[in-house]
Design a protein around this ligand. Structure first.
Ligand SMILES: *[C@@H]1O[C@H](CO)[C@@H](O)[C@H](O)[C@H]1NC(C)=O
Ligand SMILES: *[C@@H]1O[C@H](CO)[C@@H](O)[C@H](O)[C@H]1NC(C)=O
Ligand SMILES: *[C@@H]1O[C@H](CO)[C@@H](O)[C@H](O)[C@H]1NC(C)=O
Ligand SMILES: *[C@@H]1O[C@H](CO)[C@@H](O)[C@H](O)[C@H]1NC(C)=O
Ligand SMILES: *[C@@H]1O[C@H](CO)[C@@H](O)[C@H](O)[C@H]1NC(C)=O
Ligand SMILES: *[C@@H]1O[C@H](CO)[C@@H](O)[C@H](O)[C@H]1NC(C)=O
Ligand SMILES: *[C@@H]1O[C@H](CO)[C@@H](O)[C@H](O)[C@H]1NC(C)=O
Length: 198
C-alpha cells in the first residue's frame, strides 16, 4: 500500500468514525417528547409509556416512538370486582371513570364526587317528601319505594283496574267506591236498555 492510499483509508476511517459519533449523538438528542403518541408520555427521553387510564395496543409498558398507540381502558367493564357498589352506576371516560348514584338515589351531602366504591353511600330518595305528598293527586296515598314511589287510592276509593299502582296525579283514577258502584250500575242498566231496543 502506498502512502496516498494509506492516507485515503485513514481519512475514510476518520469520516466513518465521525459519522458514527454523529449518529450516536443524534440518537441521544432524539427526544421522544415530540413523537410519543396521544395519551402517552416520554420516559428518560427514550421510551413512550401510556398515561394512567390508557393501555397500549400491544399491552407493552414501554415502547419506542410511534410504534404503538394508547387506548382508553374502560374501567367499568374490566373483569374484577365492580368499581361502583350498590345503587351506583359506573361512568367511563377517557383516562378514568367515576361513580354516580342511580336514578332515585342520592349521595351523602358533600360527597357527590367519588370515584370508588367506598366514596359514599347512595341513599334512597323519599319522593313522597321531595315531590310533596299531593304528588299522587286527591284521594290517593304516596308510598316510597327504593329508587321510586307508588301511588295507591286512599281507603274508600278505587282506581281503574289497570291503574291501581300509578305515578303522578295525571294517572289518578281514584273514585269513591260508592260512585264507582253507581256508575257500574248505570252502565249495566244502559246496556240492558240498549239491548232491549234491538
Ligand atoms: C429510566 O431511567 C431510570 C434510571 O436510570 C431507569 O431505572 C429506568 O429503567 C429507565 N426507564 C426506561 C423506560 O428506560
Ligand atoms: C424533551 O423536550 C421537551 C420539550 O420539547 C423538554 O421539556 C425536555 O426537557 C426535553 N428532554 C430532554 C431529555 O431533552
Ligand atoms: C364535583 O365535581 C364537579 C366537576 O368535576 C364540580 O363542578 C362540583 O362542584 C363538584 N361537587 C362537589 C360537591 O365537590
Ligand atoms: C362523572 O363522569 C361523567 C362521564 O364523564 C361526567 O358526565 C360527570 O360529570 C362526572 N361526575 C362527577 C361528579 O365528576
Ligand atoms: C376511595 O375514596 C375514599 C374517599 O374519597 C378515599 O379515602 C379512598 O382512599 C379511596 N380508595 C381507593 C382504593 O381509591
Ligand atoms: C277526596 O278528594 C276530594 C278532593 O280533593 C276531597 O274533597 C275529599 O275530602 C277527599 N276524600 C277523602 C276521604 O279524603
Ligand atoms: C303516568 O302518566 C305519565 C304521563 O303523564 C305516563 O308517562 C306514565 O307512564 C304513567 N304511569 C303510570 C304508572 O300510570
Amino acid at each position: 500500500m502506498d502512502r496516498a492510499r494509506r492516507l485515503l483509508l485513514l481519512g475514510l476511517c476518520l469520516a466513518l468514525g465521525l459519522w458514527g459519533v454523529m449518529v450516536h449523538a443524534e440518537g441521544i438528542r432524539e427526544n421522544c417528547t415530540e413523537i410519543c403518541p396521544e395519551n402517552s408520555f416520554c420516559v428518560n427521553a427514550t421510551h413512550c409509556t401510556c398515561q394512567s387510564g390508557f393501555k397500549s395496543l400491544t399491552e407493552a409498558l414501554y415502547f419506542l416512538g410511534d410504534s404503538d398507540v394508547c387506548d382508553d381502558v374502560n374501567e367499568c367493564t374490566v373483569p374484577g370486582p365492580p368499581k361502583c357498589d350498590s345503587n351506583k352506576q359506573c361512568n367511563n371516560f377517557p383516562g378514568g371513570f367515576n361513580c354516580t348514584c342511580i336514578l332515585g338515589f342520592t349521595a351523602e351531602p358533600g360527597k357527590e364526587n367519588f370515584t370508588n366504591t367506598s366514596g359514599t353511600v347512595c341513599q334512597d330518595i323519599d319522593e313522597c317528601v321531595t315531590l310533596g305528598h299531593d304528588v299522587c293527586g286527591p284521594n290517593a296515598t304516596c308510598i316510597n319505594i327504593p329508587g321510586s314511589y307508588n301511588c295507591v287510592c286512599a281507603v274508600g276509593y278505587q282506581a281503574d283496574p289497570s291503574k291501581e299502582n300509578f305515578m303522578g296525579s295525571n294517572n289518578n283514577t281514584c273514585q269513591d267506591v260508592d260512585e264507582r258502584c253507581c256508575c257500574a250500575l248505570l252502565a249495566s242498566l244502559k246496556l240492558q236498555l240498549f239491548g232491549a231496543f234491538y
